[in-house]
Write a protein that binds this ligand. Sequence first.
Ligand SMILES: [Mg+2]
Length: 344
Amino acid sequence: MRTEIATLGEFGLIDRLTEGIKLENESSKYGVGDDAAVLSYPSEKQILVTTDLLMEGVHFDLTYVPLKHLGYKSAVVNFSDIYAMNGTPRQITVSLGVSKRFSVEDMDELYAGIRLACQQYNVDIVGGDTTSSLTGLTISITCIGDADKDKVVYRNGAKETDLICVSGDLGGAYMGLQLLEREKSVLKGEKDVQPDFTGKEYLLERQLKPEARKDIIEKLAAANIIPTSMMDVSDGLSSELMHICKQSNAGCRVYEEHIPIDYQTAVMAEEFNMNLTTCAMNGGEDYELLFTVPIAEHEKVSQMEGIRLIGHITKPELGCALVTRDGQEFELKAQGWNPLKEDK
Ligand SMILES: [Mg+2]
């Protein structure tokens, strides 16, 4: 079944997509339906705002990304940025640019993913806009959240001797992308490999349905730990470490042997003949949390499940480096995935 968007019109489409939305957060006073949403935050809170723009062909490829997954991911990556400030996401607005290629049913799918993510993370959709685009699909989501005034964590607070921690494992989302790209070239007849995703489900999930680390923020709060700096790993560990060090006026040493990598990621890197450490350091889109804590918290963080100590902060003069298993030091380079830097 395919219904042209024109048959509903812009307002009809918005009505359909936002039908039945119930507001869950106390700070959401009024959502979709007027000229603006109304939010009300208590004065002891700091309000966090983040926004993300995704363009078809640049940030996502619909030949292998289902629309529902795309909706889910585009919401979750925004939540991840709010958690990375040690906050809690509360509301989003969703703006879409949609070409004629897409039907009302396509938008239902996309929105189903966005709404599922909101349900999962207890976030309210409070507004947005839909407009026609000449080519492709554009998704812009803005997320609003809050944090206790004295608990917001920035990128610039890392101090010499602080421990560097990361949640989960790294490189999986990148390997998932390689796998999907290979599948795509097989479908196009460019490559002659039988696509087989058996045993690689975790990698696909990391790429197609990432989660934001709400649980880590909760664990840290429960353990009474406020990181000195934090950010989420969207462009790759190397690049994020350099952001933290630059903004904190510090250097760092991270140890190759401590970088958390899943077994499936390692198998895949070998299959693709790629350097595993490079994949984990530069892969990106893992949406794990990278943070620093004072050395006094060593015992507490080292016992926390799902968190790995990977190195420490140094004086700025020492620069940022990866220490390999045989003790060699390599200066970190940001090879992060940044479409603006690529010349294609
Ligand atoms: Mg971020």
